[in-house]
Design a protein around this ligand. Sequence first.
Ligand SMILES: NC(=O)C1=CN([C@@H]2O[C@H](COP(=O)(O)OP(=O)(O)OC[C@H]3O[C@@H](n4cnc5c(N)ncnc54)[C@H](OP(=O)(O)O)[C@@H]3O)[C@@H](O)[C@H]2O)C=CC1
Ligand SMILES: O=C(O)[C@@H]1CCC=N1
Length: 270
Amino acid sequence: MVGVGSMGGAILAGLRAPGVRIEGPIAVTTRSAGSAARFADAGDVVAYASETDPQANRRAVRGARIVVLGVKPWMVRDVLREIADDLEPDAVLVSVAAGVTIASMAELLPEGVTVLRAMPNTPSHVGLGVTGLAGGDSAGPEQLEAVRRLFATVGEVLVVREDQINAIAAVSGSGPAYLFLYTEQMTAAARRLGFDEHQAATLARQTVIGAAELLRRSGEDPAQLRRNVTSPKGTTERAIAVLEAAGWPELFDRALAANIARSEELERGE
Ligand SMILES: NC(=O)C1=CN([C@@H]2O[C@H](COP(=O)(O)OP(=O)(O)OC[C@H]3O[C@@H](n4cnc5c(N)ncnc54)[C@H](OP(=O)(O)O)[C@@H]3O)[C@@H](O)[C@H]2O)C=CC1
Ligand SMILES: O=C(O)[C@@H]1CCC=N1
């Protein structure tokens, strides 16, 4: 894995979880020695830092059948140029970067290397991620299946077309941030209602965690779970009416459209 920050690190944590079987030590790279040092005592991870070892990325990908690229979008091309000659001739490279197309990566790599894109999310850290995976034209069923299995160890996988990856990024890639923002804002609103910091945080956090777990365990449609809370002529109904009147549904469309527009800018190198 080249780059194991928020996202790569979440995938790595999921891959290292008890019960998940991955062959051999996982080679990872970071930029800083400090980030690599986090893995100093890990028997199952070999970490290299590119700032102290200029060969780090090249070393990490040698012999790897699957290379996961977890660096920022604007670094992808430089890293690919760096590692191109060290990849196995039939390596499978999967990038999680937003807005970097398969074609733009493939043109920097030897012909036998297969390039895929994945759009995971950080709940992969706890094995509850969801990943959109696109193979493009060059990936055969075997390569697609190998990468699908890798991401399946950290959550659900949807195989999609590459032109759907930006929308996946908008919905589920960024999705955890929307829920964390909701939690932050609900905490702040509870504070304004007079609860102390601990009380407000407990009320907001436990509501999100409990609602998510209820959604998961009950298998119910979220609309039904919402109706279960919303008594006719009750209090929830009034609050939801305020959210809807403030344009809550359209706000989602606008937020996702802005997210997709940013991916498109990244595709153009902006
Ligand atoms: N964060 C998320 O929720 C999601 C992110 N993504 C995608 O994941 C990618 C990474 O994002 P994110 O994890 O948030 O970013 P981070 O900044 O958290 O992680 C980037 C990682 O790359 C490492 N790195 C930087 N430069 C180099 C280099 N030259 N060689 C090797 N490693 C290097 C960093 O090391 P160091 O720590 O030392 O700086 C760090 O480990 C992005 O392309 C993003 O689009 C996709 C889906 C969700
Ligand atoms: O914010 C970003 O650019 C990345 C892509 C999806 C989630 N985080």
